[in-house]
Write a protein that binds this ligand. Structure first.
Ligand code: HEC
Length: 298
C-alpha cells in the first residue's frame, strides 16, 4: 500500500516537471524579456538617452538550427558604437528550399551581464517569420547600448559585445508574418532580364533610340543625355535620378512629370526595384567596350 502511494507521488512529480519543461521556454522568455537576465536583451520603444564618448564593439553571430534549410548571415561582422548611440544593422536570410518555411529566431548577448543594457528597438526576434521558397530578405535590427552600462562597476571592463541569433524551424507556423515585409533584396540580374524585355526596345545604353541612352542614368539630372530631344517637361523638371525618383518615374512617368513622353510604366514594385538595381550597375558598362554618354556637371 505504501509502495502504491509512493508511485502515485512520483508520478505526480513527473507530471509537474513535464509541465514545467514544456512551459519553461515561454516562462523563460517572459522572465528574460522583463529582466534581461541570461544575456537576453531588452526590447524598447523609447529613445536612447544621452550619448557617451565610451565606445563598444558589437560583433554579430548567426546560427541556423538543424532542420531549417536557410542561409542566415549578418551583413556586417561588427560595428563600433558609442553608448547610447542608435545603430542600424542588417541580417540576410535566404530560403534554400522549394517550399515556404516559417522560422523563429532567438537571440542572446554575451557577456551575459551586458544583456540588460542591450536594447533593441526593431528586430525580427521572437516572431514567427515566413520566408517563401528561394526568397532572400534583408532584415534590419536597430539597437543601442544603454549608457548606464558605464555606471555599472560590473561592466567596467566590457568593450566587446556579441549579439548572437539562432533561427529554428517554427513549431507554430500558423499566423506567421511574412519576412518579405522587410524588403526583398533587389536582383540586378532579374532587372537585366526585365530591362531587355520591357525597356531595350526604346532605350540603348549609349545610343539614343526612341528614348535616351541609360548608361550612367543613376545620379544624372533628368533630361541629361546630350543630343537627345527630351520633352520640355522632363528637361525642365529639375529632377535628379536616384533610386527614389526612378521608382516614382517607373511607377508612372506622367504622375511624376506631367507632360513627359515615356509611354509605359512598371506597376510591379519588385520589378521596379530589380530594374533600378540593374540601372545602378550600368556605370560598369564603361569598362565593357561601350563608352556611355557623359553625365553633365551637377
Ligand atoms: C516605348 C518607348 C519606351 C519604353 C518601352 C521605355 N521608355 Fe523610358 N523613355 C522613353 C522616352 C520617349 C523618354 C523621354 C521622355 C521625355 O523626354 O519626356 C524616356 C525616358 C526615360 C528615362 C529618363 C532618362 C533621362 O535621361 O532623363 C528613364 C530613366 C527611363 N526612360 C527608363 C526606362 C525604363 C527603365 C524602361 C523599362 C522599364 C523604359 N524607360 C521603357 C521611352 C520609353
Amino acid at each position: 500500500m505504501k509502495r502504491a502511494l509512493t508511485i502515485v507521488f512520483l508520478l505526480a512529480i513527473i507530471g509537474v516537471m513535464t509541465g514545467l519543461v514544456s512551459y519553461s521556454v515561454t516562462i523563460y522568455r517572459l522572465f528574460c524579456q522583463v529582466t534581461g537576465a541570461g544575456g537576453t536583451t531588452q526590447r524598447v520603444s523609447a529613445d536612447s538617452g544621452p550619448t557617451l564618448a565610451r565606445e563598444v564593439t558589437v560583433y554579430f553571430d548567426t546560427n541556423v538550427a538543424p532542420g531549417l534549410p536557410w542561409r542566415f548571415v549578418p551583413l556586417q561582422r561588427s560595428i563600433k558604437v558609442h553608448l547610447g548611440q542608435q545603430a542600424l544593422v542588417y541580417f540576410e536570410a535566404e530560403n534554400l528550399s522549394d517550399t515556404d518555411i516559417v522560422g523563429h529566431a532567438t537571440f542572446n548577448v554575451t557577456p551575459d551581464k551586458v544583456g540588460v543594457y542591450f536594447k533593441k528597438i526593431q528586430c525580427f526576434c521572437f516572431t514567427e517569420e515566413r520566408l517563401e521558397a528561394h526568397k532572400k530578405v534583408e532584415m534590419p535590427v536597430t539597437f543601442f547600448v544603454d549608457p548606464r552600462l558605464a555606471t555599472d562597476r560590473g561592466t567596467a571592463d566590457v568593450d566587446e559585445i556579441t549579439l548572437s541569433y539562432t533561427f529554428f524551424r517554427s513549431a507554430r507556423p500558423e499566423g506567421a508574418e511574412d519576412l518579405a515585409r522587410f524588403g526583398q533584396v533587389a536582383s540586378a540580374e532579374a532587372g537585366k532580364t526585365l530591362f531587355e524585355r520591357l525597356c531595350a526596345g526604346c532605350h540603348g545604353l549609349v545610343t539614343a533610340k526612341a528614348g535616351p541612352p541609360l548608361a550612367g542614368v543613376v545620379g544624372r539630372v533628368a533630361g541629361g543625355a546630350s543630343g537627345y530631344p527630351y520633352s520640355l517637361a522632363l528637361a525642365q523638371s529639375g529632377l535628379v535620378w536616384t533610386e527614389a525618383t526612378l521608382d516614382h518615374w517607373l511607377a508612372g512617368p506622367q504622375t511624376l512629370v506631367p507632360g513627359a513622353l515615356m509611354p509605359m510604366a512598371v506597376p510591379d514594385e519588385s520589378a521596379r526595384r530589380d530594374i533600378i538595381a540593374y540601372l545602378k550597375t550600368l556605370d560598369a558598362a564603361r569598362q565593357s567596350g561601350e563608352s556611355p554618354a557623359k553625365a553633365p556637371p551637377g
